[in-house]
Design a protein. Structure first.
Lengths: 318, 73
């Protein structure tokens, strides 16, 4: 049993923040950001919550799929910036779209979309779900220290979703890895106001060791893609499109030759959106879908890496 | 020996003539940033078959070569 992606949708806030805008807040420049990470602008929320963005993306994905809420058997949301510890983002998307199904969140930061797909295929293979809504939504702007120029320039806000439908043909395979590493990427949460708790609180903002993250990202792409090729018997020439997590253009530039997959197959839109965590890949997928750049039967390779540390590679047949 | 290999890696990375790279050349003078050094360190791992981390305190090509030679033994 496999699934086919029968619809895609994405939503980003209207508010665009350019590199020049950021240069007014922190000591940076368009030249520095463009050269270091390949980002020209990002969308930053003014009025949208993480749920608002996820809901809007979900509705668009369902419209694209021609699916109504009552047909959805499962909603898996991937987020690290949910508006509430409870209820989950997925539960509230279920509420807003008027579905009546099973819904829960997964947490795998920038690799969240792949972990959500991996979860969904399990339910599909067990015949517990025929149509699954996967939604990734992150308001990264709420997790950032806006005085830290090394991190606040990298991320953007946004959401994207896909509707999966169980099918007998098609293709899905994956490799997924995790290893604990809060010394590389860490986003502490607020510790609360318990009068009894004595542990010193860490700043509740994103911390990233840039060099260690870069090395982890490049090695993840290289190793995960090779492992997935070995596992599936597929090779670079079998892949029509690669959509990598849009973390940093230089990561992609450095890792791409090591995979043996031609550069022209790699889809990159980081210039416009920045790093939107788990939503990066489905935003790019939706963009390609809406531009008519995908052909049914093509094999698409997703590769992602991020906090956890978590990484993975997935090949799906479009 | 390590110097020649590393100088060539740096020259390839920034697309310059290898003769421009001397032991006392500062990375800053070559407009090499910390991510460039990380990339070069990863190339060094492949080339020398070692585990190698770039130290942010490295300022010159000689600093990098010395760290690699210490690892290689």
């Amino acid at each position: 049993m496999n699934f086919r992606i029968i619809g895609t949708g994405s939503y980003v806030p209207d508010n665009i923040v350019t590199n020049d805008d950021l240069a007014k807040i922190v000591e940076t420049s368009d030249e520095w950001i463009s050269k270091r990470v390949g980002i020209k602008q990002r969308h930053i929320s003014v009025n949208d919550t993480t749920l608002d963005m996820g809901h809007k993306a979900a509705v668009k994905a369902m419209e694209d799929a021609g699916v109504t809420a009552d047909e959805i058997d499962l909603i898996v949301a991937a987020t690290i910036s949910a508006d509430a510890a409870s209820p989950s983002l997925a539960c509230m998307i279920e509420n807003r779209i008027g579905a009546d199904c099973m819904s829960f969140d997964v947490s795998a930061a920038c690799a969240g979309f792949l972990f959500a797909l991996e979860t969904a295929i399990g339910y599909i293979e067990r015949k517990r779900a025929k149509k699954v809504l996967v939604v990734c939504s992150d308001r990264m702007s709420k997790l950032l220290d806006w005085t830290d120029r090394s991190t606040c320039v990298i991320f953007g806000d946004g959401a994207a979703g896909v509707v999966l439908e169980a099918c007998e043909d098609g293709f899905y395979d994956s490799v997924i890895h995790t290893k604990g590493g809060d010394d590389v990427i860490n986003i502490p949460m607020h510790d609360g106001i318990s009068p009894f708790y004595k542990v010193e609180e860490k700043k509740p903002f994103l911390f990233m060791n840039g060099q260690a993250t870069f090395k982890f990202a490049v090695n993840s792409i290289t190793h995960d893609v090779k492992e997935l090729f070995d596992k599936t018997g597929l090779a670079a020439e079998d892949i029509a499109v690669v959509i990598p997590h849009q973390a940093n253009k230089r990561i992609i530039d450095f890792a791409q030759p090591k995979t043996g997959i031609d550069r022209e197959k790699w889809y990159i839109n980081i210039e416009e959106f920045g790093n939107v965590s788990g939503a990066s890949i489905p935003i790019a997928l939706d963009e390609m879908n809406k531009k008519g750049l995908l052909t049914r039967g093509q094999k698409i390779l997703f590769t992602a890496f991020g906090g956890g540390l978590s990484s993975g590679a997935v090949i799906v047949e479009w | 020996m390590a110097f020649e290999k590393i100088a060539q890696m740096i020259a390839d990375k920034i697309d310059c003539d290898v003769t421009e790279i001397k032991p006392d050349t500062q990375f800053e003078d070559l407009s090499i940033d910390s991510l460039d050094i990380t990339e070069i360190a990863m190339d060094i791992e492949d080339e020398f078959g070692i585990e190698f981390e770039a130290d942010p305190s490295m300022k010159t090509v000689a600093d990098l070569v010395a760290a690699v030679e210490k690892k290689v033994g």
